[in-house]
Design a protein around this ligand. Structure first.
Ligand code: URA
Length: 240
């Protein structure tokens, strides 16, 4: 059971305040009866909700793709800094989404958000080995030995041996640009993998996750819902 105003707000009918007005104006029917009490507890999966004469269909979960900017925290709350949730519209915040995994404060790029716990769990579980692709700039030249070491499995500072990762050198003349594919998500993983090779990541962007590429149309700080097609691809990967 959920509050009627929350359910309707989640359906995209505006903020809680807008929705209170819609309800107060008598424009909402629940199982054929006009309800003017926005606190009314309703089971959205078992009741028929009609707004302005049209039946509406309840959406329980939300799945978002964000192009995370630098300087924001991948969490739902932080005492000091802006979080990725602060970048969302109120209507989307109503769903109480949270980020799937974490990107460091200074890392940019693809971050999924959802309020679906099971979906989140599978995407971050080591069991499914979901690919994550990063574009990085490194402080010095990346060598064939580095590529080989990534393939072998880098041993991190705490002794953990990483799974085999694909390291591809994109540009070895000027900026030392690389692409890295990792299949697990240890804390500061990419940065620590390069540190194990005595090199430093100076820019890090996630460009793909679970077979879904970051939408190039999204500027940093912008987001959109994942499409049906994208959801299908992800669900196949995590057998869901
Ligand atoms: N690896 C890192 O070091 N940082 C990130 O944000 C993601 C992967």
């Amino acid at each position: 059971m959920e509050r009627l105003d929350k359910i309707i707000s989640n359906m995209g009918y505006g903020s809680r305040k807008d929705v209170k007005k819609i309800i107060k104006d008598g424009r909402v029917k629940v199982d054929g009866v006009v309800i003017k009490d926005n606190n009314k507890q309703v089971d959205p999966e078992k009741t028929k909700i009609v707004i302005n004469g049209e039946e509406v269909f309840y959406k329980k979960y939300i799945y978002l793709m964000l192009n995370k900017p630098a300087g924001v925290i991948s969490a739902t709350f932080d005492n000091y800094d802006k979080t990725v949730i602060d970048l969302l519209n109120v209507e989307d915040q109503m769903f109480e989404p949270f980020p799937i995994g974490r990107l460091d404060k200074d890392t940019v790029g693809l971050l999924f958000l959802t309020n679906d716990g099971d979906f989140n769990h599978r995407l971050i579980s080591p069991k499914w080995h979901v690919d994550k692709i990063y574009y990085a700039k490194i402080n010095e030249k990346v060598t064939d030995e580095d590529v080989e070491a990534f393939k072998e499995g880098i041993v991190l500072d705490d002794g953990y041996k990483c799974m085999s990762a694909d390291l591809k050198v994109l540009n070895s003349d000027k900026e030392y640009e690389v692409e890295v594919i990792v299949r697990e998500g240890k804390y500061h993983q990419v940065k620590r993998m390069f540190e194990a090779r005595s090199k430093k990541v100076i820019y890090l962007k996630r460009i793909s996750f679970a077979g879904i590429d970051l939408d190039e149309k999204l500027k940093e700080g912008e987001y959109r819902e994942l499409t049906e097609e994208e959801m299908k691809i992800i669900r196949e990967k995590i057998k869901m």
